[in-house]
Design a protein around this ligand. Structure first.
Ligand code: MRU
Length: 349
């Protein structure tokens, strides 16, 4: 079963499912300018590390269309500008920079070859489509490897949304759960609501219900109690950037879940495709953490929940140290500690 796809590329037009409106409204919007693509990423209309990368890749082509480039020179200039601009939208998910770099590399090579404008644009479209297709294939492989970790009757806790809405179809963290369900295993998923933007409540719960998977929504501060009650046999979360030593950035609150899992002897897994690894960073300390506006905390979904003028700190991500991670489920298999070695070995080439 395919849930609503977060990104559509049809007849050279980019549309996204506006995730800020979920679960109340399933509504697609066209992104017909670079500014609209930037805004959609910034405002989390499209979100989740792989989905941001895919959207940006197609967004680069939107930039050429918008420019109505008369020749490859103008198209190349639009691409260079578009890549720079879109890379300022959000800082933490490395998939954004990875996808933009791929688009720029392909464009520079095609430009150097002296292709016609039509052939040049076709090359770029093929690259964006390849990024999309590879991410989809990665999700399926992550699901196949991760499913083996889940036993019949298990309770699985997840944080934020790393499902089809954040990627393409199966998702990363949710893919093993979907595969386990499809294999007939009876599983109970616990979804943290994920303050302040409620990706767990609005998106993960919605997505799993659409798939007919048993899901129970809990507030973030309930995870410890639920684990103490023995309801959770493993945790699986996604990631926005994984450093060379295995430290993994994911939605704020993930680190706390990992600590709670360790305290209760519950294995904590991260699921992510190769595009989420940043081997240039030796450790998670160097991962840039996005800071978001105070109103997300004080006025969640329009209602004032804090006094006017209160000071707010709103980091959107945190970093879980590698030593808390039992395994990293990738499309190439499950990486185990020591990660500096397993990451280097499995992700080379
Ligand atoms: O701020 P968001 O909603 O983009 O954060 C998303 C997450 O933290 C996901 O867990 C992560 O990107 C993995 S998506 C497969």
């Amino acid at each position: 079963m395919v849930i609503a796809r977060p990104i559509l590329w049809e007849c050279r037009r980019l549309s996204i499912l506006d995730q800020t409106l979920l679960p109340g409204q399933v509504s697609y919007i066209h992104l017909d300018s670079l500014g609209a693509v930037w805004e959609a990423i910034k405002k989390l209309r499209v979100r989740g590390a792989p989905a941001i990368g895919i959207c940006a890749a197609f967004g680069v082509i939107v930039g050429i269309e918008e420019e109505d480039a008369p020749d490859t020179e103008a198209a190349m200039a639009a691409i260079r500008e578009g890549v720079e601009y879109l890379s300022t939208s959000r800082p933490t998910a490395v998939n954004l920079f990875w996808a933009l770099a791929r688009m720029r590399t392909v464009a520079e090579a095609a430009y150097a070859e002296g292709l016609t404008l039509e052939a040049f644009e076709a090359r770029l479209e093929a690259e964006a489509q390849a990024i999309h297709d590879e991410e989809l294939a990665s999700c399926l492989a992550i699901g196949a490897y991760g499913e083996a970790l889940i036993q019949d009757g298990d309770g699985v806790l997840t944080h934020c949304n790393a499902g089809g809405l954040a990627t393409i179809d199966y998702g990363t963290a949710l893919a093993p759960m979907v595969k386990a369900h499809e294999a007939g295993k009876r599983i109970a998923v616990y979804a943290d609501e994920t303050r302040p933007l409620l990706q767990g409540a609005r998106l993960t719960a919605w997505e799993l219900m659409q798939r007919g998977i048993d899901v129970t929504l809990i507030c973030d501060n309930m995870a410890a109690q639920v684990m103490r009650e023995g309801k959770i046999q493993l945790v699986i979360v996604g990631a926005d950037r994984i450093a060379a030593n295995g430290d993994a950035a994911n939605k704020i609150g993930t680190y706390g879940v990992a600590l709670i899992a360790k305290a209760h002897g519950v294995p904590f897994y991260v699921a992510a495709p190769s595009s989420t690894f940043d081997l240039e960073l030796a450790s998670g300390e160097a991962i840039p953490i996005e800071q978001r506006g105070a109103e997300e905390v004080t006025h969640g979904f329009g209602k004032a929940t804090a006094p006017d003028g209160v000071k707010v700190y709103n980091p959107a991500f945190d970093v879980t140290p590698a030593e808390l991670i039992a395994g990293i489920i990738t499309e190439r298999g499950i990486l185990r500690p020591p990660y500096a070695q397993s990451i280097r070995e499995q992700l080379k080439g």
